[in-house]
Design a binder for this molecule. Sequence first.
Ligand SMILES: Cc1cc2nc3c(=O)[nH]c(=O)nc-3n(C[C@H](O)[C@H](O)[C@H](O)COP(=O)(O)OP(=O)(O)OC[C@H]3O[C@@H](n4cnc5c(N)ncnc54)[C@H](O)[C@@H]3O)c2cc1C
Length: 230
Amino acid sequence: MIYKPTSVREAVALRTEHPEDTVYLAGGTDDLRLGSCAAGKDLIDINGLVDSTIDVKDGKLHIGALATLQDVVESPLVPAFIKEAAKFCSSFEKRNAATVGGNLALRRDDSYLAAAMCAAEATLLLYTSEGETERPVAEFLKCTCTPIIEAVVLDADRTGWVKRFGNTAASHAALIAAQSGGVYALTVHGSGLAVGDSPAICETLDYKDDLTGGADYKKYLAKIVFEQGR
Ligand SMILES: Cc1cc2nc3c(=O)[nH]c(=O)nc-3n(C[C@H](O)[C@H](O)[C@H](O)COP(=O)(O)OP(=O)(O)OC[C@H]3O[C@@H](n4cnc5c(N)ncnc54)[C@H](O)[C@@H]3O)c2cc1C
């Protein structure tokens, strides 16, 4: 079943009422694929309820959660390293449907955007059952809460870099690292997210052997990526 709420508030209320049986529907690239964690669940369509525009207000870049990864790539306002992270989604068709909010909400350890957004010290405008609030992306990624992401906010003039390691452009990333303004962020497949103010964050993760590579290989990449930088 697909719910068609008429407001963000109604959408959050539905999700809160049926926490185990519903997910939000944004671009649908994950929800509508075979074997998705949305399988067997009802969909709460948030298209039309959440912003999809990208603009700058008072020096802050606002990326509406329904902006697609391709919108991010094409926007002249988005910092280069955030665009580069969006391009880690190598398929144009998927980039053109996949949304920024959906990508962060999935909390994947091979997320295209997570490391770059954490290094950029981006925050999320969230709509919860208690109303609107703002939280750092890094904090959101470590919790299990299910608010609606309305927008991502970061400094419009932020600079930095992001680097991805994976067997192919289309396979799961073994590791994505980013650095911006002295903030370091790493997502490692099988190990999760580390964020901090020094490259030593690589020592805080528990590396696992999996289809993306051996634990020692990923640990080595995590150690050298910040030394090598760009
Ligand atoms: C073959 C394939 C490979 C993929 N590989 C990767 C990969 O390597 N890395 C990666 O990061 N992703 C990958 N994805 C997942 C997905 O395509 C992207 O993460 C995409 O950005 C999700 O956005 P969406 O709008 O399509 O989300 P949807 O499929 O619409 O929703 C996904 C989830 O996000 C939640 N959600 C969506 N929007 C919001 C919102 N605004 N607020 C709160 N919750 C929300 C929903 O509840 C749902 O559970 C892959 C998908 C496929 C099919």
